[in-house]
Design a protein around this ligand. Structure first.
Ligand code: RAT
Ligand code: ZN
Length: 413
């Protein structure tokens, strides 16, 4: 059955709302990881996006702030960003959307009442509730064998929760090779700082072991604006000799998240990173040099988004994803999603959540989905004006693709 053009927006909105999401990049954990899976009101309030904003609005010095226990940090952020100012920023609004959709009453502005409400939940039930409320069917974690809290959990083994899939994060390997060598040696891999002997083969064995151990969906790294390829440093060398052959052998796409300037303000700790323009040419050269490898890419700088779309038009082995971090604001999501649909159609993943706190799934998707519905409706209306009216089935198919299905297809190829 064809739909009439006048009803397209409500229809699309309903389909987008109901279509379950595969969230392809988060910092959430399978509940088996215990304390590593963050959730609750104090975690929401001490999200690093809010920490960065709160320093602009509160009287404490950074040293005074960091000396506080987490519950006090949450209180001073609540005071600075919610009570002393109206919480209009995207990250602040996100806290309120989350609480509201979880059934809490935000009108009283009472942090302790919110805490009491949270106290009645158990982790397992809370995870299920959040996945249900946010409409998320599957969550991709970020899994680092170099994380001393995470590694032992994998090594001990556990019963996997099928709603949480893994992705292998390898920043220390590619960005801090000299300090990674001793670790690899300690774990039984015969590697040398100067890449001599069996080094490349041994790093491949390390990646293969972890890819299998965690059942990795893809392999990922975040890179600074000055990332170049080809290059003479350890990063480019390891990409050529290790990551590329590993990717082909184990069908592991290589996800590049480029544009983060780490630690521009060290006093802010995890909240102290910034943004810089990247060289999209480096991504194009990788895609051209390795046509049998698959690449995922998201860029942090707004000004790089157009060039990345152009690159994706040239390389079918490049899958563009997400509005990452500083891009994850309604005005920018709308602009970028519209541009991507216009330039590469449905062969991309417009959004991922990057959640660090379980509850955030609720707001990240509640805020992004209406934008996607709006932009998509506009595009269908443009089609309908030609007489090409999309059917309900076609819309469902398209939306499934945009909410994770396209990535699943790309990775399965
Ligand atoms: O978005 C974030 O929370 C950042 O801190 C980073 O973790 C970033 O998403 C990354 O994966 O490096
Ligand atoms: Zn991330």
């Amino acid at each position: 059955m064809k739909t009439s053009t006048t009803s397209i927006t409500p229809l699309v909105t309903g389909i987008v709302e109901r279509t379950p999401v595969y969230d392809i990049h988060t910092h959430l954990y399978d509940p088996a990881f215990g304390q590593l899976l963050l959730w609750g009101i104090d975690e929401l309030l001490t999200y690093h996006y809010l920490i960065a904003e709160s320093f602009r609005a509160m009287p404490l010095s950074t040293d005074q702030f960091w000396a506080l226990p987490k519950s006090r940090q949450a209180e001073v952020i609540w005071d600075a960003l919610f009570l002393q100012n109206s919480p209009v920023s995207e990250a602040c609004r996100g806290v309120l959307t989350t609480l509201q959709r979880l059934g809490l009453d935000v009108r009283r502005r009472d942090l302790n009442a919110l805490r009491q409400h949270y106290a009645s939940w158990k982790t397992e039930d809370f995870v299920t509730k959040v996945l249900e409320v946010s409409g998320v069917r599957k969550v991709c974690m970020t899994n680092s064998p170099f994380d001393d809290l995470e590694r032992p959990v994998w090594e001990a083994g556990f019963q996997r929760d099928p709603r949480f899939v893994a992705a292998l994060r390898i920043d220390p390997l590619l960005l801090d090779w000299p300090n990674t060598v001793p670790k690899l040696r300690q774990w039984g891999y015969d590697v040398a700082t100067d890449f001599s002997g069996k080094t490349f083969g041994e790093v491949r064995r390390f990646l293969a072991d972890w890819t299998r151990k965690i059942d990795s969906q893809y392999c990922m790294v975040s890179l600074s604006p000055d990332f170049e390829f080809p290059g003479t440093g350890a990063t480019a060398r390891l990409i050529e000799e290790v990551i590329m052959p590993h990717g082909r052998e184990h069908n592991q796409a290589f996800a590049l998240m480029i544009g983060v300037k780490r630690n521009v303000n060290p006093q802010l700790r995890l909240a102290g990173d910034s943004v810089g323009g990247s060289d999209v040419g480096a991504v194009e050269r990788l895609c051209a040099a390795y046509p049998d490898n698959k690449f995922l890419c998201t860029l942090l700088a707004r000004e790089d988004q157009h060039a990345l779309c152009v690159a994706a038009r040239k390389f079918r082995n490049l899958h563009v994803f997400g509005c990452w971090w500083f891009m994850n604001n309604p005005s920018l999501i709308e602009e970028v999603t519209r541009m991507r649909l216009e330039m590469i159609g449905l062969t991309m993943t417009p959004q991922h959540s990057d959640c660090r706190v379980m509850d955030q799934l609720v707001y990240k998707w509640a805020h992004s989905k209406p934008i996607l519905a709006r932009v998509l409706s506009e595009k269908y209306e443009d089609l309908a004006a030609t007489g090409w009216e999309p059917s309900e089935n076609e819309i469902q198919r398209d939306v499934h693709r945009l909410l994770g299905g396209a990535l699943e297809e790309f990775l399965a190829l």
